[in-house]
Design a protein around this ligand. Structure first.
Ligand SMILES: O=C[C@H](O)[C@H](O)[C@H](O)COP(=O)(O)O
Length: 231
């Protein structure tokens, strides 16, 4: 039986099929997107001409180290294809992202993508979002206010800590992440609307109506999920 990492690699490999010479490619973040960037880097070293727009400092560094020309939105205003990972994938291709804390730049890159492709192993597919805690990026001085507002809505949250034990996790934009536990998200659109209007919230990990395709690697095959796919 393939391991989760092997499945992630299979999905990442399949995403290469969507890359053509001359494209601007959005580089996602996280372990699955990292596998894709490494495979893309190999192709670039073999002569493929593409440019990348990165969704995090980590992905920018990795891409550049592999010889991928990493540009910003001054040089290219959109990506032809963006390939990224996800923490949960639900019907309609509603996603939770941000497990790695990169959701803000990821959402910016996704919003400027002609085609937004998610690569994932089958453990990410769910019928309803919410088992994975929803990451919310907040301005540091507003954190106590946002935490209290979330609590009042019945959604407890906690400030994400850095893995190295150095204190609060700080995003690429210098903000905090609140990991919020709405338990089960019955109406992602309504929750996103509440968060969108909460002052102090910079962005949240609900990516709704953004993904065009999800490549899900399971034991036997890679399944392509579109917004119309029945789960
Ligand atoms: O902030 C991180 C991103 O949203 C990742 O794409 C997401 O957490 C999935 O990561 P992984 O591929 O490591 O499961």
């Amino acid at each position: 039986m393939p391991t989760q990492d092997e499945l992630k690699l299979l999905a990442a490999k399949r995403a290469l099929d969507f890359i053509q010479p001359g494209m601007v490619v959005g580089l996602g973040s996280g372990s699955t997107a990292t596998l894709f960037i490494k495979l893309l880097g190999e192709k670039v070293q073999q002569g493929l001409k593409i440019r990348g727009i990165a969704s995090s400092e980590d992905s920018a560094k990795l891409g550049a180290s592999l010889g991928i020309p990493v540009v910003g939105f001054t040089e290219a205003t959109e990506t032809d294809v963006t390939v990224d990972g996800a923490d949960e994938v639900a019907p309609g291709l509603a996603l939770i992202k941000g497990g790695g804390g990169k959701l803000l730049r990821e959402k910016i890159v996704a919003s400027a993508s002609k085609k937004f492709i998610i690569v994932a192993d089958s453990s990410k597919v769910v019928k309803k979002l919410g088992k994975f805690k929803l990451p919310i990026e907040v301005i540091p001085m507003a954190e106590p206010l946002v935490s209290e507002r979330l609590r009042a809505l019945g959604y407890p949250s906690s400030i994400r800590q850095a893995k190295d034990g150095s204190g609060n996790y700080i995003t690429d934009e210098g903000n905090l992440i609140l990991d919020c536990d709405p338990t089960q998200i019955d109406d992602p659109t309504a929750l996103a609307a509440q968060l969108d209007t909460m002052v102090g919230v910079v962005e949240h990990g609900l990516f709704l109506g953004m993904a065009d395709l999800v490549l899900v690697a399971g034991e036997d095959a890679i399944t392509e999920y579109t917004p119309e796919t029945k789960f």
